[in-house]
Design a protein. Sequence first.
Length: 93
Amino acid sequence: MAEKIEIKKGDKTLKVTERVFNVVYSEHGFQKVVQHDNSKENHSLLGMPKAELAKVNKDDIKAFLENEGFEYDPNAKKENLIALIAGDDNDQE
């Protein structure tokens, strides 16, 4: 069984699979809900493709990096933070 994620648009919150989110709901303005206190959810950022990471709020990415002990420039662009998670050493400068 596929793991379900929580998504939200306005006051409406749903739990759907990643695939259903990507195929149906992402096109209708729904966003993934990132749980700061759930380490399992935070660890999932490590396996996300860059296209999915681009949809994650910059503050949520920064919180993930802090929780995981990454060193980063707090003023870095979102693209550079994504590169850190993705392991692209050449995009950090």
